[in-house]
Ligand binder design. Structure first.
Ligand code: ADP
Ligand code: ZN
Length: 626
């Protein structure tokens, strides 16, 4: 997608999706225990602790002397009493403690004052007193015993099953009957399905293969960007083969204590063997399977032990154990080579972001249960969604359905899909308004991008321009690639640079000033120019040489981690070339915008009126200019 957002908004999708689970010191069990203790303690203290306010013995006697007490009751070493009349801020009842040396004056005094006297043996029954005193302590003791035992179990790497199952595998198990996702539901990945067909046959009838002494692959690596259906495909493979499906994420192996991961692996494979033929799916294998000992991403013992255990388990499969492991990653580049050796994950199945036809298929799968209006065109939507993953498409359909539901419609229309599309790629519209001068500047900026995109040769077609703030962007100019591109020509990239700079150049021409709103454009442009020079050999001064630079792939969006492999002298030259390429692109932009100055002004005016213009409206406007 080549939509340029402004304001410091980063459009590159971050495909690093290996969330590190931070283990917290209190697991749910511990918390539950603590809450229980607290609850019990407060119940007991509310039974025992009386609600009647306590007063001092002296105050009590003063009250009796001044005729304020109507009746009292002796209970053990306490006196409970009722005042003869309630004051505004005085409670009706009270209690006080009798001093340990007997007060011989009290009884006669009470009699003289005509206070009604009664007596009970003790404040609380004795069993309650004992209970109240002891139970909380017992509970606290039990809690300490419990937690120290748990800690021991954790550090010991788990006894039988580990206390509270801490070393249990945590894998989710889908029995055959619960797994309803089949190959019908995974669309547009025909190649991958074919690659996995052999595994299905094997899991269906392992005996046939064992009879012939064939050695089946034990591990298959599913590689591809997030959301391309790796998990889904693994699950569907288990479904097609009719075998149980164990699913776990690499990050779930890792816990606070060393040794847990390894024992979880052991447990998982034990369970799967017991149910063989079976399929194990390990998502995010890179979170345990990174190159060992590099310190990349922590490089801790726990991860290495877990990885070693996985390798040991896979080596330990005997021929008659039909267990296949599918592992998914979007970072094949960081995997430990030991994982990829024969007998381990020696087969690779690659999933790519879906192309036009695959997107149509995926959209069809996800709209099976959605009532769609007749004006809806799969092909059109598919061409608007270049670069979307399967998950993005599923999300798009869902957003469209939600948008229709909000309107209480019975049917999902093309308009709903368009709105969902805009929301996904540009973020939700923001309600806060720009002040008039900001609004004008945004209109100029976006028109600059738009005019450059419209009139430069080789540019991706314009789809729409908008000055409605969305997400963190103040405005958006959206272009649609006419086709899926795998390859970028130099002239295409140069045009792209010029379009990226269009916003800033527009501001400079119309407002004779630039603003910070262009910073994201500049970041993208600089990055692209750097790639052109260092990776794609598009600078004559430097020549067709590939340099290692730590940077992000501008379109795939993932980080390439590399050591710098060139001299300072070359670095200076690279910087000069990046500078030159950008300056040249800027020159082109100036030329095209000055050439179309009238169009630019016209577009600014209409944008300020209508806020959003699609390509048809833009063509109308520019045709009708005087
Ligand atoms: P990954 O494991 O590669 O990150 P998932 O398998 O979790 O991706 O996909 C997430 C969701 O995206 C799926 O539940 C499904 O709804 C949708 N999806 C992804 N790829 C496809 C596809 N090829 N066909 C149909 N739906 C897909
Ligand atoms: Zn911009």
């Amino acid at each position: 997608m080549t939509n340029s957002k402004d304001d410091n908004n980063n459009t590159t999708k971050n495909s690093e999706s290996t969330p590190q689970k931070t283990p917290h010191p209190f697991d749910p069990h511990t918390l539950m225990w603590m809450m229980m203790i607290f609850a019990v303690y407060s119940i007991f203290s509310s039974i025992s602790g009386s609600k009647t306010p306590e007063i001092s013995y002296t105050d009590f006697k003063k009250a009796v002397i001044s005729n304020q007490v109507s009746s009292i009751s002796f209970r053990g070493d306490q006196i409970y009493g009722i005042y003869s009349d309630e004051g505004v801020d005085k409670p009706k009842i009270f209690h006080t403690v009798i001093p340990s040396t007997p007060d011989t004056e009290l009884l006669p005094l009470l009699e003289i004052k005509g206070v009604n006297i009664s007596a009970k043996s003790s404040a609380d029954p004795p069993w309650l007193t004992i209970l109240v005193g002891i139970v909380p302590w017992l509970l606290i003791l039990a809690f300490f015993l419990y937690s120290s035992r748990m800690l021991q179990q954790r550090l010991g790497g788990g006894g039988k099953d580990g206390f509270m199952g801490i070393s249990k595998s945590k894998a989710k198990l889908f029995e055959t009957k619960d797994n309803e996702i089949g190959y019908d539901d995974v669309a547009g990945v025909e190649g991958a399905k074919q690659d996995l067909q052999e595994i299905i046959d094997y899991l269906k009838t392992p005996e046939e293969f064992q009879k012939l002494g064939a050695r089946m692959p034990r591990g298959i690596l599913l590689m591809g960007p997030p959301g391309t259906g790796k998990t889904m495909l693994a699950k569907a493979t288990a479904h097609e083969a009719g075998v149980p499906f164990f699913s776990i994420s690499g990050s779930e192996f890792i816990e606070m204590f060393v040794g847990i991961g390894a024992s979880r692996v052991r447990d998982l494979f034990k369970e799967a063997r017991a149910k063989a033929p079976a399929l194990i799916f390990v998502d995010e294998i890179d979170s345990v399977g990174r190159v060992r000992g590099t310190g990349l991403g922590g490089g801790n013992d726990e991860r290495e032990q877990t990885l070693n255990q996985i390798l040991a388990e896979m080596d330990g499969f005997s021929v008659d154990e039909a267990v296949v492991v599918l592992a998914a990653t979007n970072r094949p580049d960081v995997l430990d080579p030991a994982l990829l050796r024969p007998g381990r994950f020696d087969r690779k199945v690659t999933l790519e972001l879906p192309l036009q036809n695959a997107r149509i298929e995926i959209l069809k799968v996800h709209t099976r249960k959605v009532p769609i209006a007749l004006d809806f065109d799969y092909k059109e939507l598919a061409s608007m969604t270049v670069g979307f993953s399967g998950a993005d498409l599923a999300n798009l359909v869902n957003e469209a359905a939600l948008s229709a539901a909000r309107k209480k419609a019975d049917i999902v229309t093309k308009d709903d899909f368009n709105q969902a599309h805009d929301k996904i790629i540009m973020g939700s519209e923001r309600k806060d308004l720009l002040n008039p001068s900001e609004r004008k500047r945004t209109a100029v900026h976006e028109s600059g991008h738009a005019i450059a995109a419209l009139f430069l040769p080789n540019s991706d077609p314009l789809r729409q321009v908008s000055i409605i703030p969305r997400g963190r962007a103040l405005g958006v100019t959206e272009q649609l690639p006419a086709e899926d591109r795998h390859n970028y020509t130099q002239s295409y990239l140069e045009t792209r640079l010029s379009v990226m700079l269009g916003g800033r150049v527009g501001e400079k021409i119309v407002l004779d000033d630039t603003s910070s709103g262009a910073s994201n454009d500049l970041e993208q442009a600089t990055h692209l120019a750097k790639m052109m020079v260092t990776q794609w050999g598009m600078s004559d001064a430097i020549g067709p040489i590939h340099f290692k630079v730590g940077s992000e792939h501008p379109f795939l969006g993932y980080e390439i981690q590399q050591e710098k492999d060139f001299s300072e002298e070359t670095a200076t030259k690279i910087d000069q070339e990046i500078h030159r390429i950008i300056k040249e692109a800027e020159k082109t932009t100036f030329a095209i915008l000055l050439d179309h100055r009238e169009d630019l002004d016209q577009l600014v005016e209409e944008l300020l009126n209508k806020e959003t213009l699609d390509i048809y409206m833009i063509e109308e406007i520019l045709k009708h200019k005087d």
